[in-house]
Write a protein that binds this ligand. Structure first.
Ligand code: HPA
Length: 236
């Protein structure tokens, strides 16, 4: 049965799914990396496709930007469509001197200022959203096999893109590598449902240097991240 936000039937969506924020990146991945991709939803222009990768059924679907948006899609994908391995393929803003434009990062943990934590946990607001360890270990191994360097660590899942109040220096000092806007919710919702989740990112802009990739690059050129994510999502 279609949900309010995903116009698909049960069985249309694979248990293994990649989740870019940008629906056009979902289209790009489906058309360039999956065999026989079929569009299963275009509700609100948030595109979702299922095909196969090396013979294994894989879906790829946009989530929109920010924690409220990804939370809607991830909830429906897990609870209505049975998704079990969810890998976000996103962009992030580099914050730390150890990461550079176009680097691939994997979020071992996702620190957040989002009110989602208060609304879920009440007083236990400092819950630590973590990557699924098995997916994390697999992704690091696949990246090594593919000879793609990756950096693993803590990201900041921010509620505000435009935020003059946040103390980036303090976050940096405590090892935050990059800022993005979704992963803390993905990890928390996956933990609750006892399914596996991971966030893999390409650094699309850098807060220290002011460098940035073009919109076209953001949509299409992050192939290292996509290969690592695809090899990871089809692994046992
Ligand atoms: N901030 C938040 N999210 C992002 C950024 C950023 O600078 N770059 C890519 N996603």
């Amino acid at each position: 049965m279609a949900t309010p936000h995903i116009g698909a039937e049960k069985g249309d969506i694979a248990e293994r799914i990649l989740l870019p924020g940008d629906p056009l990146r979902a289209k790009f991945v489906a058309e360039n990396f999956l065999e026989n991709p079929k569009l299963y939803t275009s509700v609100r222009n948030i595109l979702g496709y299922t095909g196969t990768y090396k013979g294994v059924p894989v879906s790829v679907q946009g989530t929109g930007m920010g924690i409220p948006s990804i939370s809607i899609y991830v909830h429906e994908l897990i609870h209505e469509f049975g998704c079990k391995k969810l890998i976000r393929i996103g962009t992030c803003g580099g914050m730390h001197k150890n990461v550079h434009l176009r680097d691939v990062l994997i979020a071992q943990g996702a620190t957040t200022d989002s009110s989602i934590m208060r609304s879920i946990f009440g007083p236990v607001i400092n819950y630590a959203p973590l990557a699924d360890y098995h997916l994390l270990e697999t992704a690091v191994a696949k990246a090594r096999e593919l000879n793609k360097p990756v950096t693993v660590g803590n990201v900041f899942s921010a509620d505000r893109f435009y935020d003059d109040d946040v103390d980036n220096d303090r976050l940096r000092r405590y090892g935050i590598l990059a800022v993005e806007m979704e992963t803390a919710a993905l990890y928390t919702l996956a933990a609750e449902a006892n399914v596996q989740a991971l966030g893999i990112f390409t650094v699309s802009d850098h807060l220290l240097t002011g460098e940035a990739c073009t919109a076209e690059e953001r949509q299409t050129t992050f192939q290292d991240m996509m290969k690592v994510a695809l090899e990871t999502v089809i692994a046992d």
